[in-house]
Design a binder for this molecule. Structure first.
Ligand code: KIV
Length: 272
């Protein structure tokens, strides 16, 4: 049961920075459809991310690369309809913003216009500066994403912890400062050493949300299917499972099949 649901005011980017200032941790979770978004919002989530992890957990792809802008907009529209309080952030998918800044702006505008979400997330630092700046210039809030950026998995070649070496760690700190300076409202740090993430959160004034980045940051994000135990094939060290929904669903479905086969369902009261 959430302890934060009394405050029903809409979460805004401004409120997230106030939360960082007063040391209140930010809770963020992914969602991809109306019904789950509604439940997650009603539980008191601060930020709902329509992540391109939809490519994995909704579409069954191995990576996040195949999901399209149209598909992200479809998920985002469904989520927004279920949310009253949380800030809804949508991932710009691979290939919709890296080419040039005009393309980035056109993609971000489509997301905002068609889904009514409130912000976008973009993976990368200095190399996509122009694209981020152009999106920001249109008044669209941007959340950055550094560290293990899954859209670059083919460059990394592995999902191992990033920025363990000094050169990569220093570039990450410089990128985080750049994202703050150009106006990103928040930053996701994925799968990097906790000490480095803590340093970034202390050195930038924008909220830093971690996934596999330890407890020294301003908030946490997880993929809903992983934390609810729907997807049990993924068990990184950073993942805490809060439910075992795959067992609950399996048992319920097996029970239903059994009831149908044994003619127990429907009974006299379950018909007209
Ligand atoms: O797509 C996603 O779910 C994400 C989170 C892992 C931060 O980007």
């Amino acid at each position: 049961m959430s302890t934060y649901t009394e405050d029903q005011r809409k979460v805004t980017t401004h409120r997230l920075s106030e939360m960082k200032a007063r040391g209140e941790k930010i809770a963020m979770l992914t969602a991809y459809d109306f019904s789950m978004a509604k439940l997650i919002d009603e539980a008191g989530m601060d930020v709902i991310l329509v992540g391109d992890s939809a490519s994995n957990v909704m579409a069954g792809n191995i990576t996040t690369l195949p999901i399209t802008l149209d598909q992200m907009i479809y998920h985002a529209k469904s989520v927004v309809k279920g949310v009253k309080r949380a800030l809804v952030v949508v991932d710009l998918p691979f290939g919709s913003y890296q080419g040039n800044s005009k393309e980035a702006l056109a993609s971000a505008i489509r997301i905002m216009k068609e889904s009514h979400a409130e912000a976008v997330k973009m993976e990368g630092g200095a190399e996509i500066r122009e694209s981020i700046e152009r999106v920001l210039c249109a008044g669209i809030p941007v959340m950055g994403h550094l560290g293990l950026t899954p859209q670059s998995i083919n460059k990394f070649g592995t999902y191992a912890v990033r920025a363990k070496e000094e050169a990569e760690a220093e570039k990450l700190v410089a990128d985080a400062k750049l994202l703050e300076e150009i106006g990103c409202f928040a930053l996701v740090l994925e799968k990097i050493p906790a000490q480095l993430a803590t340093r970034v959160a202390a050195e930038v004034s924008i909220p830093v949300i971690g996934i596999g980045a330890g407890g020294g940051v301003d908030g946490q994000v997880l993929v809903m299917h992983d934390m609810l135990g729907i997807n049990k094939g993924f068990s990184p060290r950073f993942l805490r499972r809060y439910a075992d929904l795959s067992t609950v669903i399996n048992d319920a479905v097996a029970h239903y099949i059994d009831d149908v086969k044994t003619r127990d369902f429907p009974n006299d009261k379950e018909q007209y």
